[in-house]
Design a protein around this ligand. Structure first.
Ligand SMILES: [Zn+2]
Length: 248
């Protein structure tokens, strides 16, 4: 069975949108793998930031790296405040209401920021819900010039590690057992030029979740079969699917 990742259509890519979450998680320097956290594509517009952390997580704050232990304290406060201790929340993830500007073009059912942050129209969300596809969403403040656009919301695609061991190996990824992040041992191999079949663990795609961002390679968002079918049935615009590997 093929694994499908969601991506933009050519038309949707021409729309110019810019934005990010109001807050960012801190930058970490890990004393075990000796790396600074990379910038994940992950963002969590449905999470709120406890008031006492707002100042230090503001997106425009200059960041000094903190230790893994210091990071865990802040992360756990954010997760507990939202009752979501189950979430993988990597350093530098976006958190809180998504703020975006539409610069050029009209919005499709799915609109894209930076190729890896999907927004969805409220209408498409409702039509998907009618087919029993319920997606996790967060707040979006979308403006165009001086006006507000209220037609869309931000999707929260939560992370799961889905890659099988041999694919992790093939992609030259390694997981640090302290910071729990995946790092690339070699820059020559990546998801796009990896020629062997990529295998994904079905068992890690859990419950009634329909869109999962890969923890190992966070620009990829994997869709459930029900989601793919519903989107095609409804003829939703601005989205297409890439075959990225096989379920095992
Ligand atoms: Zn590490």
């Amino acid at each position: 069975m093929q694994v499908k990742a969601i991506t933009f259509t050519k038309d949707a890519k021409k729309v110019e949108l810019d934005g990010c979450c109001r807050f960012w998680m801190p930058l970490v320097f890990c004393e075990r793998c000796k790396r600074r956290s990379g910038e994940p594509a992950a963002n969590f517009p449905a999470l709120s930031v406890p008031q006492h952390l707002e100042k230090c997580l503001e997106a425009n704050e200059k960041r000094k790296p903190i230790t893994v232990d210091e990071y865990r304290i802040i992360r756990d406060q954010v997760l507990s405040a939202n009752g979501r201790n189950d979430l993988i929340l990597p350093p530098l993830s976006g958190v809180g209401v998504f703020e975006a500007k539409l610069l050029v073009g009209r919005l499709y059912d799915f609109a894209w920021i930076n190729s890896w942050t999907p927004l969805i129209s409220k209408e498409a969300l409702r039509r998907l819900a009618d087919k029993n596809i319920n997606l996790k969403i967060g707040g979006l403040q979308l403006t165009c010039g001086a006006g507000n656009i209220g037609t869309h919301v931000a999707l929260q695609c939560e992370l799961a590690a889905l890659l099988a061991e041999e694919t992790i190996e093939g992609l030259a990824l390694e997981k640090c057992d302290l910071c729990q992040e995946y790092h690339r041992k070699s820059m020559r191999v990546n998801m796009m030029n990896y020629e062997a079949t990529k295998y994904f663990k079905r068992a890690n795609f859990k419950g009634d979740v329909h869109l999962v961002r890969l923890h190992e390679w966070s620009t990829f968002i994997i869709a459930s079969e029900q989601f793919v079918e519903a989107v095609q049935d409804l003829g939703l615009t601005g989205i297409q699917f890439d075959d990225v590997g096989e379920w095992v």
